[in-house]
Design a binder for this molecule. Structure first.
Ligand SMILES: NC(=O)c1ccc[n+]([C@@H]2O[C@H](COP(=O)([O-])OP(=O)(O)OC[C@H]3O[C@@H](n4cnc5c(N)ncnc54)[C@H](O)[C@@H]3O)[C@@H](O)[C@H]2O)c1
Ligand SMILES: CCCCC[C@H](O)/C=C/C=C\C=C\C=C\[C@@H](O)[C@@H](O)CCCC(=O)O
Length: 267
């Protein structure tokens, strides 16, 4: 039996879609003939990305919606608008996230990455579920290699990413996911060449603890850096192969893409 989910005409909502990895995901989905809502806190970049993608992939296939994922009202409004504009939602990519480890910004890292992503996950489960008028589909949460393996430079960030992995793990085994045929997977990239990564590589001291840029550079060199296109190929594989469910996909320049199961041995 063919287990490929054709993306033609499918509707995707991508948070943090104005730039970086999210923008790459939006473009990969549009290339596969899906319709995409990019939701992002940054209106200037969001409008510019929307205009660029509309020119390439058609006005009717792309929309930008301003959304701060820490706001319950704004986030819910984006789901509503996407459903109204495109007739439903099939795919949610919870990608928006930030780094920040200082006394001033570490709690914001928790608010955006942990609470914001949980909010997106809860809304996605609601909008995709059959009992609330959904039609099932696929949720991909973007965590990080740092959510699995220790990264001595950014413990708060790493902790939020571990939380995203565990939240996905819990929803995978939920009755709600099974009843509505909702697949959930988590993407764990190592370094990817995006504005966030470039700030880190350029020495933005607010992104790490310790303030040792030599250590940051050495770490990046050891791990390697992926392009957004390489990570987008990984996303499309998760979305199109309907056997992919309850999985972690690790992506790193030197080791490639490696799938493992989210669930651990039962007690
Ligand atoms: N770049 C990397 O090396 C790397 C590696 C692994 C995981 N990640 C994760 O991938 C995701 C995307 O990161 P990126 O590198 O593309 O970063 P980026 O900063 O380049 O892009 C993130 C996008 O999210 C948006 N955003 C930030 N806060 C938001 C909020 N509160 N509400 C809505 N939108 C918001 C930004 O405006 C931006 O457009 C993040 O979750 C990040 O933690 C990044
Ligand atoms: C604001 C932070 C941006 C981080 C972006 C992103 O999420 C980065 C992830 C990168 C890789 C993590 C790799 C973890 C590796 C561990 O296996 C281990 O090798 C680390 C050991 C410490 C060391 O070698 O220095």
């Amino acid at each position: 039996m063919d287990r490929r989910m054709h993306l033609v005409g499918k509707v995707a909502l991508v948070t943090g879609g104005a730039s970086g990895m999210g923008c790459g995901f939006a473009e990969a989905l549009l290339k596969a003939a899906a319709k995409v809502c990019i939701a992002d806190i940054n209106v200037e970049t969001g409008v510019a990305t929307e205009s660029d993608l509309r020119q390439q992939y058609g006005h009717e296939n792309v929309m930008f919606s301003k959304c701060n994922i820490t706001s319950a009202t704004e986030f819910e409004a984006v789901f509503k608008r996407t459903k109204e504009a495109f007739g439903g939602i099939d795919i949610v990519v919870n990608n928006a996230g930030i780094g920040g480890e200082t006394d001033e910004n570490w709690e914001q890292t928790v608010d955006v990455n942990m609470k914001g992503t949980l909010r997106g996950l809860r809304l996605a489960m609601y909008y995709l579920s059959v009992e609330h008028g959904g039609r099932g589909g696929c949720i991909v949460n973007v965590a990080s290699m740092t959510g699995l393996n220790p990264n001595p430079l950014s413990p708060v960030y790493g902790c939020t990413k571990a939380g995203i992995i565990h939240a996905t793990r819990c929803y995978v085994v939920s009755e709600a996911a099974k009843k509505s045929n909702i697949r959930l997977n988590v993407l764990c990239p190592a370094f990817v060449d995006t504005p966030m990564f470039r700030r880190l590589a350029a020495g933005d001291a607010t992104q790490t603890i310790g303030g040792d840029q030599t250590a940051v550079t050495a770490f990046i060199e050891r791990i390697g850096v992926l392009s957004t296109e390489e990570v987008s190929v990984a996303l499309i594989d998760i979305l199109t192969d309907e056997t992919r469910n309850g999985l972690i996909l690790r992506c790193a320049k030197k080791t490639g893409n490696v799938y493992s199961t989210l669930t651990v041995q039962d007690v």
